[in-house]
Design a protein around this ligand. Structure first.
Ligand SMILES: [Zn+2]
Ligand SMILES: [Zn+2]
Length: 395
């Protein structure tokens, strides 16, 4: 058994030959570049790419396998240069009827063991949406139906960023996942926390006690890969081992969640879209303190305050520790050039954020920025909370 780092939510911007997949994501974010970035710069061993049901991406994967650097393994997944295992996934938007009888939508992470499985899933999924080539298109399915289709092709379903205001189960569909999945609820092994929440916030909801928490980047560009990630204990890198870990089977498990301080997330607090500002006040904030507009975007922190059913946050015994990290891009004084310089010297961002001494960092980039990195590591920076799609800020 050994420890590995996993980021299970990375998008694709364009296919290799420039076809749009996720329009808002970077052009350089393609299948081969993600594998390389994980291998060379991020130190990620298990990566979930969640736009693999697009036929353009499937074409790229076929070509990637022919390149000779990567191969499919029997336990599921594609291994690149023996070090990085890519798990083929698809983020699917479902249509739900929310607790008030209105329409809601939620994102779901669906992971599959083989290219053949995701090809078959893609062929069935296309019957439920308008454009199968694009990322995370809205389907006419509910999560309750989707899980059967996913399992038919040997996959697993994990609710994505499950508290975010626009596209998530708790954010705009329900106050209880059990209401959506009913008797199928136990077939969901895990949930993704999302950037604006953490373990301690989520552990105020009792129905989540039996679920594993995942912290993933939801990266829309190469540098953002691993801004959140999981440390896992596995017997190897494969789809099968990943599934065992999220199900806590045979000693496989998540040993730590590394995530942003949720205050840095872009939906942490309630935001007034009319005044274009984060609304101050104790949670839950439900209306603007300045105008009478009802056009607010609910914060994750505020939403959890409403739906929580525990008096305090008590985590189950086997819950791994949540370790706050402030990615280099958030740290004051650090731009692209400094990051390149650091990576050149120290290999990966993980080493820089968590392992190096102040002296080591100082030798390369000077004492002022080195101090910022160490202060961020030790939680000594002041954070201005994010909301309404605007990231929080470190001061
Ligand atoms: Zn999503
Ligand atoms: Zn307002």
């Amino acid at each position: 058994m050994y420890e590995i780092y996993a980021d299970m939510h990375v998008h694709i911007g364009r296919s290799e030959n420039g076809k749009p997949i996720k329009i808002t994501a970077a052009k350089s974010l393609n299948f081969a570049n993600i594998a390389k970035e994980c291998y060379e710069r991020k130190g990620i061993n298990l990566v979930g790419i969640i736009d693999c049901a697009s036929p353009y991406v499937i074409e790229d994967i076929d070509n990637f396998l022919k390149s000779g650097d990567a191969y499919e393994i029997e336990d599921g997944g594609i291994v690149y240069k023996d070090k990085v295992c890519i798990i083929l996934g698809s983020e699917v938007e479902t249509s739900e009827i929310n607790d008030n009888g209105k329409k809601g939508s939620a994102h779901n992470l669906c992971y599959f063991p083989t290219l053949a499985d995701i090809k078959a899933f893609s062929n069935e999924l296309r019957l439920h949406l308008k454009n199968i080539t694009l990322s995370t298109q809205r389907t006419d399915l509910s999560g309750y139906d989707l899980i059967d289709i996913v399992e038919k092709y040997n996959g697993i379903l994990i609710p994505a960023h499950c508290f975010t205001p626009h596209k998530s189960y708790y954010g705009n569909c329900t106050d209880s996942l059990k209401k959506i999945f009913k008797e199928k609820y136990d077939r969901i092994p895990a949930i993704e926390l999302g950037l604006s929440s953490d373990t301690y916030l989520a552990d105020q909801i009792s129905e989540l006690e039996g679920k594993t928490f995942l912290t993933n980047s939801d990266a829309h560009s190469l540098p953002k890969i691993a801004r959140e990630y999981n440390k896992m204990e596995l017997g190897g890198i494969s789809f099968k081992e990943f599934v065992k870990a999220v199900k806590n089977e045979e000693g496989r498990k998540i040993v730590a969640n590394y995530g942003l301080d949720p205050k840095l997330g872009k939906y942490h607090r309630t935001f007034c879209e009319k005044c274009n500002k984060r609304i101050p006040g104790p949670a839950p904030v439900l209306k603007c303190d300045t105008c009478v507009s009802h056009n607010i975007t609910m914060g994750v922190f505020d939403r959890i305050e409403i739906i929580k059913d525990k008096k305090e946050s008590i985590s189950p015994k086997n819950r791994p520790e949540y370790i706050y990290q402030i990615p280099l891009t958030f740290i004051p004084g650090i731009g692209g050039k400094t990051i390149d310089k650091l990576l050149e010297h120290f290999g990966t961002e993980m080493t820089i954020l968590h392992k190096l001494s102040s002296d080591d960092i100082e030798a390369v980039i000077g004492s002022k920025i080195a101090k910022n990195i160490i202060d961020a590591r030790e939680g000594k920076m002041h954070i201005i909370e994010g909301g309404g799609g605007v990231y929080g800020k470190v001061e």
